[in-house]
Design a protein around this ligand. Structure first.
Ligand code: ADP
Ligand code: ZN
Ligand code: ZN
Length: 743
């Protein structure tokens, strides 16, 4: 008897056996979606495996009801990847399988669009028609003539070419001259590429050519690890190297995936790929409608394109002949998914590369320590681009010691802008050059408090302060999104002396508009963009056209922007990221400073970066100023090794969430105790402790950290403890393997 192991739409890490009915034998394969009876209803499920098990008792099994014909199958290679994900990231198999397909494809709710195509039934009849009617029914004759030249043309293309409306076409169909066929059409997404000129590949410089040679050699390698770290300073032409690698893949008839951090934020990068490869590119990002995403995905699935570009989930692009995966800005934390399955798309790229024998290029100006360590140990190949294109100089980095600026202020307060930074902005305005002013926090003020009674406005559901937004007079929690009207007086004592502390981009924008009344100032952050692609495109378009003098923004402006007229970057405070409770705080600071400063001096005029800081001696800041990644990496790694943090080993967190803090603490201790004796040597465990942000959305949080290289058995044990044990009700537990966010 043939049975199938299937997973049903539940996150319990279990599969169920079903009987395959006779009529479906031969039609089922792993990856096919089926309908099965499950707890009194019909559920969608995916087949994972088939077996001819003679030992099982058919009376205990139910039977598969039907195949979901409308749903695409999950290709084998992706199923294999999902299996690896659930094992490595200690998550439910179902969660991993779900991640493979966009909801728009999985749900079956998006309708396939069709287009009508026409052919002539008989050429003889067509010519006869032209002879007899060519003069009196002109538009019909035009259609017939067009179809003689273009058999199978779509109705739209016929109308476009001949100007014929509906009537002549229906008339021709009616009199039996034409035949109609419906074909799937995947054209809902239209990238506005009309303004893009086809780009001609420039000649590579020496460093790029050397990188291209290494890539060619890796392509030739038959098997084994084929990962290259492309470490190139900002503006060194990494994208051009990616595009050459793609050309090589295409020549070999192989497909390519390009991952970019958050594609809606990097329209410029997308444009560059589209202007080089035109319609051969499928674009996958969060700004698409369901219908658009469905079409973009189907183009890949049906082999209509060979290149996919997208954010982290594009790593699951359903190619079957993958030759290359590019991960741009590979150090970006946004490659890590913060909900199940908690995968890192960069690491999945390397894994998929090994499984499908594809080349993987990880590119960055500030590689993650994990990747750099892999390159140093020889696991990855490395290519370096140390110079900017056309030998343009790196921007000069000018530290501004805010301790000195404070002294010069008559009241000893910390000024928001130092004099040198203001002078530099004024100079740019005079020379009609552009400036970027960076601060990694949105809103107007980060705290609202009462000097009389000490009240601080805090979200009641999360343990963080509200941020004050002046534009709409509200307080917003940046953790749960709660918004309320700003207080006119203290809700605790009634005082009207409400005070605002801490800076945000909104205030920076307001101040700059006041100081430079003639300048055009604009702001780009999550508040002004509200996630809409059109908003980014408009703002960046205006900036590129020189309609904006000063662009204020959060990390949204830190990456990908390539505007030659930007000659100044001002970093309002380099210190904010230095003191977040995370062992990667220094690494993040170095990355941010390097990435933001890379936005200037990309044209013929050299760039200057002013870095305001109260800690000018901090190693992360000093190394960023010297453009010295290597020295920074070496010095940081000493400390990381001493305390057993990545890259010297792996870091895994187990999270506990619940509404009752005491119960949570008690259970997290019990949970750890239940397998403490089985923890292998060489793994350091820190006892359960409240997470740095103790409460989010009314749920308290506890965390256990493991530092060390978890082996397969231990991962398996963690999975069992999470999924096979009954936890007290109201407590949620999950693992975060290779955790990035520790707050
Ligand atoms: P990165 O991604 O390393 O920051 P880019 O790929 O954005 O650098 O390249 C910077 C600029 O240099 C782009 O405008 C790009 O078109 C241009 N460029 C890249 N390679 C070359 C080359 N070999 N010759 C001339 N211009 C180039
Ligand atoms: Zn008060
Ligand atoms: Zn909140």
């Amino acid at each position: 008897m043939l049975t199938a192991k299937v997973i049903v739409n539940l996150s319990i890490d279990r599969h169920f056996d079903y009987i395959v009915p006779d009529e479906l034998v031969g039609k089922l394969r792993p990856g096919v979606q089926v309908l099965v009876p499950f707890r009194n209803s019909l559920r969608n499920a995916y087949v994972l495996a088939l077996s001819n098990d003679t030992s099982c008792d058919p009376s205990k099994l139910k039977t598969i009801s039907a195949i979901c014909e409308k749903h695409p199958e999950i290709p084998d290679n992706l199923l294999k990847l999902a299996k690896w994900i659930s094992e490595y990231y200690c998550c439910a198999q179902e969660q991993a399988v779900k991640a493979l397909l966009p909801l728009a494809v999985r749900s079956g709710k998006v309708a396939r669009k069709e287009s009508r195509h026409l052919t002539l039934k008989s050429l003889d009849d067509a010519h006869k028609f032209l002879l007899e009617n060519g003069k009196k029914s002109k538009s019909r004759a035009l259609v017939v003539q067009y179809l003689i030249d273009h058999p199978g043309a779509s109705v739209e293309s016929i109308s476009e070419a001949t100007g014929a409306g509906k009537a002549p076409i229906s008339a021709l169909l009616k009199c039996g001259l034409l035949e109609e066929e419906k074909k799937a059409s995947y054209k809902r997404f239209v990238f506005d590429s009309a303004s893009l000129l086809p780009s001609q590949p420039p000649e590579l410089n020496d460093e790029q050519a050397e990188a291209a040679r290494i890539i060619e050699a890796l392509f030739e390698r038959a098997e084994g690890q084929k990962t290259l770290l492309l470490h190139g300073v900002t503006g060194s032409g990494k994208t051009e190297v990616y595009m050459r690698a793609i050309e090589t893949a295409l020549k070999k008839n192989l497909e390519a995936i390009v991952l970019v951090p958050e594609i809606a934020l990097t329209p410029q990068t997308t444009e560059r790929f589209i202007s080089r490869f035109r319609s051969g590119v499928s674009v996958l990002h969060s700004g698409l409608s369901d219908g658009e995403r469905y079409d973009e995905w189907m183009k890949i699935y049906h082999g209509l394109v060979k290149i996919a570009i997208g954010a982290r989930s594009a790593i699951f692009a359903p190619f079957r002949n993958l030759g290359l995966i590019v991960v741009d800005e590979e150090h970006e934390p946004s490659y890590k998914q913060e909900e199940a399955p908690r995968y890192n798309a960069r690491d999945l790229a390397v894994m998929r590369g090994v499984m499908e024998n594809s080349l993987v290029i990880l590119g960055s100006a500030t590689p993650s320590f994990e990747s750099y360590a892999n390159a140093c140990s020889g696991r990855y190949a490395i290519a370096r681009l140390k110079k900017r294109i056309d030998s343009r100089p790196m921007p000069s980095m000018i530290p501004i010691d805010m301790n000195i600026e404070r002294v010069s202020d008559s009241e000893g307060r910390l000024p928001i802008f130092s004099k040198p930074l203001l002078d530099a902005i004024a100079q740019r305005l005079q020379r009609a050059e552009q400036s970027i002013i960076f601060l990694n926090r949105r809103g107007f003020a980060s705290q609202m408090s009462c000097p009389d009674c000490g009240f601080v406005a805090q979200c009641s559901d999360c343990s963080i302060s509200y941020t004050y937004h002046r534009t709409n007079e509200c307080l917003a929690c940046h953790m749960c999104g709660a918004v309320l009207r700003a207080y006119a007086m203290c809700p605790s004592c009634g005082s009207d002396k409400i005070r605002y502390k801490g800076l945000g981009t909104e205030k920076i924008e307001a101040l700059l508009s006041m100081i430079f009344p003639l300048a055009k100032v604009a702001r780009m952050d999550a508040d002004t963009m509200s996630g809409r692609r059109k908003n980014y495109e408009k703002l960046l378009g205006d900036f590129g056209a020189g309609k904006i003098d000063i662009l204020v923004g959060t990390q949204m402006i830190a990456k990908g922007l390539d505007f030659p007229n930007v000659t100044l970057v001002g970093i309002v405070s380099a210190d904010r990221s230095l003191f977040i409770p995370d062992f990667r705080a220094a690494e993040r600071t170095f990355q941010l400073l390097t990435q933001v400063s890379g936005r200037c001096g990309r044209g013929s005029c050299p760039g200057e970066v002013y870095i305001q800081t109260s800690y000018p001696e901090n190693p992360a800041i000093i190394s960023a100023i010297r453009h010295d990644f290597e020295a920074f990496f070496k010095s940081e790694c000493v400390a990381r090794k001493e305390f057993n943090y990545p890259p010297s080993c792996h870091l895994t967190a187990i999270h506990f969430k619940g509404s009752d803090a005491a119960a949570l603490e008690k259970y997290s201790l019990e949970f750890l105790d239940s397998f403490k004796s089985k923890i292998p040597d060489g793994i350091f465990v820190s006892d359960p402790a409240p997470a740095p942000i103790e409460k989010i959305k009314t749920k308290f949080r506890y965390m256990i950290l493991f530092r060390g290289n978890l082996n397969k058995d231990f991962r398996c044990l963690i999975r069992e403890k999470i999924f096979k044990v009954r936890h007290p009700s109201g407590i949620e537990i999950y693992a975060d393997v290779d955790a990035i966010n520790l707050t």
